[in-house]
Every structure is written in structure tokens, then in C-alpha cells.
Design a protein around this ligand. Structure first.
Ligand SMILES: C[S@@+](CC[C@H](N)C(=O)[O-])C[C@H]1O[C@@H](n2cnc3c(N)ncnc32)[C@H](O)[C@@H]1O
Length: 237
């Protein structure tokens, strides 16, 4: 299989094509199942919470089972998720892997709560596990300084130059993740030359982070438009 290439494919078909015990690290951002079909009225504007057909009815379990197979026993897995998905991932990692931590991405610019009937959703989460119970001396974990290893990332949701936009300044992907978070995870849990997998590449943020850090990447994305954007990004980077 070809390293440093994003395949246009469905995640399960793609994962089934990979050999067992091959991957050093998974950093991935699967669908959150949070989309809503109808827009939210905000004064004169309509705010859409519909990310795309891909964000409905996603079942993480078959994907997790395949990830477990392709990752080396001492390999590590980070999965971004929404609040309601935490128990699903946590249970899987407790039952089948070596659950290590729940990391929080605290967004300093969450979407406003127009109705003012609940708190804002300012956090997204990352479940962190090692594939199998093992001694930590066998695991790559590049701890830096105490104050750089808190289990919280405080940044704005992606905006500015890093956010891919069309000529009308509209975001090209609804959930593009910040490179700073991805790079931190990859630096801590892999070494140069290691193989990092993301079967939900979107516009290729994990791949770009790997390229910048000298790691090999592999992965796939269902939407061909996003694969093309990811490839343009990788050439430009
Ligand atoms: C949350 S987004 C990932 C965004 C990515 N982290 C980035 O920064 O661009 C999830 C992505 O998974 C893709 N996707 C959804 N279902 C998929 C499937 N069955 N196989 C592969 N990709 C899928 C979607 O098209 C979407 O781009």
C-alpha cells in the first residue's frame, strides 16, 4: 500500500485493505452525528447546522474494530468526538484497548446560542487510548514540559489564513481542524518516519501535519472534492 497518499474511498473498505499491526498512530476526526436538517433562524439570517449527508447515522463501532486490527499493539489512537459520543468511544476503549485520557478542545469562539435556553457548546473532545494494555516504556510518548501537557487545548475554532475558503470567503469544509492540535498529538505520540493513519481525512489536515513533522501518513476520504482540496494543500505546503 502506498504511503503519503489520501485515497478516495469509504473508510471501512479502505481499512479492510490495510494489513494488521501496521500503523503506529491514529489521529482521526469521524462524523459527530450533530447535523440538523433545518436551518436555525438568527435575526435576518439562517444559520445552517447541516454539515452534509455524511454527518447522519454514523456508527463508530465497526470503524473502531478495524482500527484496533491495523494498529500495532503499542500503537496509539486519538479520536475527536462530540459530547454524546464520549460514552461510546470510552466504553470501546475500556473494553478492548487501554484507555488513557479524555482531552478537551475548548473553543474560545463557540457558535452563539441564539435561543438563550442552554449553555453554549464550547468544547469538543478527544478520546485517547493505546491499542493494548502494555508497559509505558514500550510506548512512544514524547512528554515535553508539564505546562505543555495539560489535557486541554484552548484555541479558537479555525479561522484566518489556515481555514480553506472559496472565492466568496465561504469555508470549503465545515469542520476543518486546527493544525496546532493535530501536530501536538502527532509529536507526542509518534517519531519521525512513523506511520500515522486518518480514515476521515476531510481536507487533509492530519496529512499536512504529518508532512510538516516528517511522519508518513495514510488515509481516505469519502468526498472526492475534499480529496482534491487535500492534495492541493499537500502540494502547496
Ligand atoms: C469531521 S470531518 C473531518 C475533517 C478533517 N479533520 C479536516 O480537518 O479536514 C469528517 C470527514 O469524514 C468524511 N467521511 C464521512 N463518512 C465517511 C466514510 N464512510 N468514509 C470515509 N470518509 C468519510 C466526510 O466527508 C468528512 O470530510
Amino acid at each position: 500500500m502506498e504511503l503519503n497518499k489520501i485515497k478516495h474511498a469509504d473508510c471501512l473498505e479502505y481499512l479492510k485493505s490495510l494489513p494488521s499491526d501496521f500503523v503506529d498512530l491514529v489521529v482521526t476526526d469521524p462524523p459527530y452525528n450533530v447535523s440538523q436538517k433545518s436551518d436555525i433562524k438568527c435575526g435576518n439570517f439562517n444559520v445552517t447546522k447541516n454539515f452534509g449527508d455524511w454527518d447522519y447515522g454514523f456508527d463508530p463501532i465497526p470503524v473502531l474494530q478495524e482500527l484496533k486490527r491495523v494498529v500495532k499493539p503499542t500503537g496509539q489512537i486519538y479520536v475527536f468526538c462530540a459530547t454524546r459520543q464520549i460514552p461510546i468511544y470510552m466504553q470501546f476503549f475500556e473494553d478492548n484497548c487501554y484507555f488513557r485520557n479524555l482531552l478537551v478542545w475548548n473553543k474560545t469562539n463557540p457558535a452563539p446560542r441564539i435561543s438563550k435556553t442552554n449553555f453554549l457548546f464550547a468544547n469538543e473532545y478527544l478520546l485517547y487510548a493505546i491499542n493494548e494494555k502494555c508497559k509505558m516504556t514500550e510506548v512512544t510518548f514524547n512528554f515535553s514540559k508539564q505546562n505543555e501537557m495539560h489535557n486541554i487545548f484552548i484555541t479558537s475554532a479555525l479561522q484566518g489564513k489556515e481555514r480553506l475558503k472559496d472565492k466568496n470567503r465561504k469555508a470549503l469544509h465545515p469542520t476543518q481542524k486546527p493544525l496546532a492540535i493535530l501536530k501536538k498529538l502527532i509529536e507526542v505520540s509518534s517519531n519521525e518516519g512513523d506511520v500515522v493513519l486518518d480514515p476521515f481525512m476531510g481536507v487533509g489536515s492530519t496529512a499536512v501535519a504529518c508532512k510538516e513533522l516528517g511522519r508518513n501518513f495514510l488515509g481516505c476520504e469519502l468526498d472526492e472534492r475534499y480529496v482534491k482540496l487535500a492534495n492541493i494543500r499537500l502540494i502547496q505546503d
